[in-house]
Design a protein around this ligand. Structure first.
Ligand code: PXG
Length: 456
């Protein structure tokens, strides 16, 4: 394996792909969730974005099949958001969020409250999905303590779940590659993933597997409900490759949680604001959690922001047990909680979401998207295709010597052909902006159909 110093090659100033940077200059930036060594030898620089396209440094419009990272779902370069950000940056670039407030935070909280299902009424702002996950876990633990049940601390996540990369989210998360480097973090247990062989190539919600929710009863039998604070799941697992819950599964989880006084947390960081073709996964599946986490589309990806939306019961419990009224009821928050520029972007994004009926638009394109993606069945290497709303994943037979190589190679060839796709573990993931047109869906599937069989 090459060392970092061996990678210091001569500058590549003549090659537009390097955007005027030399190989050596690429070392200072330690890229997240990236193969730094490979990228820095063969960079894929993005210098602009509009609608469904990213603009590469070598001047190509690249079809974006993942809305950035599932976050620019209303399309890139929305001028309404840019203008709101610009105005706010001049008027109020920062406002201290502890014990003082600014109006946009309250306005955005009301917009989110109105959009989220009835019963989710109070919005705590964070700056990312990971912060939302850890905030939700702390909120759940503190809630039980305030209810006089401090022993209810254990969290239950799900194998293949993704809740970001902070300590709590990594613990309840269930993607082995994201956990194995870090040993034991926070005490937690996990339900099985809901991937079953009999559901392969299901379209939308798979038929089999509601019984997997009953594992929660087994975990209650193991730990006792008196020790369990919350169950945390994504209504649809995104990062692990669009794992859609079997019919009835989430309802069953809700029933078991209610029976045992366990809070149900839905991580809707990825599904929130239209991805499933409904406003939220909770709306689509008709199951309301006690806490919902959000991020990504809340600002259409333009400014980092997350949110945790709690039930009135949880909020009231904090307010009723808060001591003197000037003392923080929940000793938690971030320097940048409800950052004014994020709120300005969020308000503009919520305007777009509602006025342009983004969830309906996603729902209207979803059947065509499903049809086209499932046409790829039968191509070499493809062992499963899953989809829900405007999300889909193609699962590949792992390469016998290097399990994750095929998706990487496919993504690199797609980039050469003018298309950005997300690759992770053994999947290729698709989550285009909701403004995508049929021709772009066709283009996406045609490029994949060309590329996938050519990979070893
Ligand atoms: N929860 C869920 C359900 C997510 O999808 C996070 C939390 C963390 O959000 P932040 O903002 O801290 O990154 C996410 C993030 C992928 C992919 O390949 C998805 C995410 C991040 C990276 C890759 O699908 N989602």
């Amino acid at each position: 394996m090459a060392t970092a110093s061996e990678h210091v090659l001569p500058p590549n100033e003549d090659d537009a792909r390097w955007a005027g940077l030399s190989r050596a200059e690429l070392e200072a930036y330690w890229m997240p969730f990236s193969g730094n060594r490979q990228f820095k030898d063969d960079p894929r620089m993005i210098v602009g974005a509009h609608d469904c396209y990213l603009r590469s440094a070598d001047g190509r419009d690249i079809l974006d099949t993942l809305s950035g990272l599932w976050c620019c779902s209303f399309g890139h370069g929305r001028s309404e958001i840019a203008e709101a950000i610009g105005r706010c940056a001049k008027e109020l670039a920062y406002s201290p969020p502890f014990q003082f407030g600014h109006p946009m935070a309250f306005q955005l909280a009301n917009r989110v409250r109105e959009l989220t299902p009835d019963g989710l009424d109070h919005v705590f702002f964070t700056n990312s999905g990971s912060e939302s996950a850890d905030t939700a876990l702390k909120m759940a633990k503190a809630y039980w303590r305030l209810k006089g049940r401090p022993e209810k601390t254990r969290m239950i996540g799900r194998i293949k779940g993704y809740h970001g990369v902070n300590v709590g989210g990594t613990s309840v998360g269930g993607i082995v590659g994201n956990r194995k480097h870090f040993g034991s973090l926070m005490e937690s247990d996990h339900l099985s993933a809901t991937l079953l062989p009999e559901n392969r190539f299901s379209r939308g919600t798979p038929e089999h597997g509601v019984h997997l929710a009953d594992q929660l009863e087994e975990l209650v039998g193991l730990h006792d409900a008196s020790n369990i604070a919350a169950v945390v799941v994504e209504p649809m697992s995104g990062s692990a490759g669009v794992i859609v819950p079997p019919a009835g599964y989430l309802k069953r989880l809700r029933e078991i949680c209610d029976k045992h006084d366990i809070l149900l947390v839905f991580d809707e960081v990825l599904t929130g604001f239209g991805r499933t073709g409904s406003d939220f996964g909770a709306t689509l599946f008709g199951v309301t959690p006690d806490i919902m986490t959000l991020a990504k589309n809340i600002t259409n990806g333009a400014v980092p922001m997350g949110a945790v939306v709690s039930s009135a019961e949880i909020y009231r419990t904090f307010m009723d047990n808060g001591g003197p009224d000037y003392v923080p009821e929940f000793p938690h928050g971030y320097t940048y909680s409800a950052h004014p520029i994020a709120c300005a972007a969020g308000l503009a994004a919520m305007d777009i979401f509602e006025h342009d009926r983004m969830a309906e638009r996603a729902g209207a394109m979803a059947p065509y998207f499903e049809e086209q993606v499932h046409q790829l069945k039968g191509l070499r290497h493809i062992v499963d295709i899953r989809n829900l709303g405007m999300a889909a994943a193609i699962q590949l037979e792992p390469h016998p010597r290097e399990a994750t190589r095929r998706p990487f190679e496919i993504a690199m060839r797609c980039w050469e052909k003018g298309m950005y796709v997300r690759f992770a573990a053994d999947t290729i993931q698709l989550g285009p902006p909701f403004i995508v047109e049929r021709e772009q869906v066709d283009q996406m599937c045609n490029i994949l159909a060309d590329v996938i069989p050519t990979i070893d």
